[in-house]
Design a protein around this ligand. Sequence first.
Ligand code: 13P
Length: 255
Amino acid sequence: MSAKPPILLAGNWKMNHGPKAAREFLQKLELPKKDRAQARLYVPALSLTSAIASTQEKTLPLQIGAQNVHYEKSGAFTGEISGPMLSEIGINQVLIGHSERRQFFGETNESVLLKTKSALEQGFEVLLCIGELLSEREAGKTESVLTEQLVHVLENQECKTHFGGRLHLAYEPVWAIGTGVVATPEQAQSAHGFVRSLLTKSLGSEKAEDTRILYGGSVTPSNFKELLACPGIDGGLVGGASLRPESFRALWDLI
Ligand code: 13P
């Protein structure tokens, strides 16, 4: 068996912090190195260059990633950003399929598959987001929704080989995002266990264990420790609580 990957604390700034605010955040942030943990921030496209420069100036143990990438490398896609553009500025991390992209920008399981395939092929490390709506949970459909969100990726030979290497997952129940209603450890653990079982069936237990499954949805310094204590939760994808250096650091200190 291979060793478990280090715990990942990933912040998703969403549409917050332009280049100046990103620089100020990173100038303030103190992040001591840890052996068994990694930190990452997914920042708005316009703030990527400034975030990378500030991270390098301070040699922070922090990776900077993009929140979205198009599946084509160039072309008539107004407003979009391509993999080669991200690579050119030194980005090799990307978030794909966040529920806000699915909800507000029409992303589907099919477009998420195209993006995942293309990003992996171009050498990116991908954090792929999945998670059910409240109505789906209440209708007892959590597991079928998670299965639908993952099945195409798991059936795709190119994506399949990258699980546990450059492809990892974030389980973010949509009802917990930005609501202050965090999943209970039991709810989170049960969803993570189910996702892991899908991975095991399709990839075998070693790759399934090597794949990080982060929990996201109203993570704060007051609930992170309890979530991290659950077997199968390999880190957090954090929105609101990643926006201030103090609270990002407080989360880091809990790992
Ligand atoms: P909050 O932590 O603000 O609930 O957001 C979670 C999220 O969507 C991270 O991607």
